[in-house]
Design a protein around this ligand. Structure first.
Ligand code: MLT
Length: 312
């Protein structure tokens, strides 16, 4: 559904509900992070914040809707690393990340885990590498569409192992994880904010984390480097955006509310339980967010270009 708009931007902002658009399915990692900060942000802003899931095409449908929304501060986008990979993957993306949005600030950088259905034969990451090399065309790899973080991590995995697997796209890794637990798909690369619960419950097999260091809340999981895939390193950074042209004082109120939310002890504790942490106060700023996006656009354009992957 279209993102809402209208209302009075400026000094008495907010004087109506603020919508944060999540461009993936409810119950997935992006949705989880957004719902953690929505209430503390609403308290600071003195208004109501509602979360709206606008799925499709690896997050690019939701991002496009916000790019075209009223620049009045009542439509906000929560997005992640996918904002920096989409331009290299989609020939006619319909929005330009650096020009069609104002940045509000970075939120959190989430580790990824490589997880498989419980009864998948490979026991370790090394076994998985051997297995996919011998069975590539038969192995199914879930993701949340071209441009999703899970898609990028899957791309890095296939590049690192020299394999081309059967990718199975979902509208978010929430539903993808449900199928993985049900044994409908073989494996997936997904964020700790989504997989931690199922790993702890023993409902999926976990091979490794994609961070340079082990994740404190998943101490038994080796890093990809320890497990023999040093090139498979990726963390899913998240940021908040509003449409280009949103008044500066409105952006500032949103940035302040974001900082308060990221300092909220309940948010810090919940993020720690799910393997991640809020960014620093300096990174929860438009300047740091824009710098990160510029650097990431350049980084992934090269990696994706070299891999020769295109969505359209
Ligand atoms: C989600 O929230 O579903 C994920 O962020 C999807 C992805 O990017 O892999």
């Amino acid at each position: 559904g279209g993102a809402s708009g209208g209302g009075n931007a400026g000094s008495n902002y907010p004087d109506q509900n603020i919508t944060i658009v999540v461009p993936f399915s409810a119950g997935g990692p992006t949705d989880t992070v957004t719902r953690m900060i929505a209430d503390p942000m609403a308290k600071k802003l003195g208004g109501k914040v509602v979360v709206q899931n606008v799925e499709g095409a690896g997050g690019t449908v939701g991002a496009g809707e916000v790019a075209r929304a009223e620049p009045d501060g009542y439509t906000v986008l929560m997005h992640h690393i996918g904002m920096s990979t989409a331009p290299a993957l989609y020939a006619d993306l319909g929005y330009k990340p650096l020009e069609d949005f104002e940045m509000v600030g970075l939120v959190t950088e989430v580790p990824m885990t490589i997880v498989a259905k419980k009864d998948f034969q490979p026991a370790t990451l090394q076994d998985l590498v051997t297995y996919v090399k011998a069975n590539a065309s038969k192995v199914t790899l879930a993701n949340a569409g071209i441009g999703a973080a899970s898609h990028l991590c899957g791309l890095l995995f296939q590049t690192a192992t020299g394999t081309k697997l059967q990718e199975v796209p979902y509208e978010g890794t929430g539903p993808a994880l449900t199928d993985l637990v049900g044994g409908q798909v073989d494996f997936m690369c997904d964020q700790t904010t989504n997989t931690s619960g199922q790993i702890a419950a023993g409902k999926v097999k976990a091979y490794a984390v994609t961070t340079p260091e082990r994740v404190k809340s998943l101490p038994d999981l080796p890093t990809t480097a320890e497990a023999g895939l040093p090139n498979l390193q990726v963390s899913v950074w998240h940021g908040l955006y509003v449409p280009k042209g949103t008044p500066a004082d409105v952006v500032q109120k949103l940035t302040e509310a974001l900082k308060v939310a990221l300092a909220d002890q309940a948010v810090v504790d919940q993020m720690a339980k799910l393997g991640t942490a809020p960014v620093s106060a300096e990174d929860a700023t438009p300047e740091a967010h824009r710098a990160k996006l510029e650097e990431q656009l350049a980084t992934w354009a090269k990696v994706i270009g070299d891999a020769g992957v295109k969505a359209s």
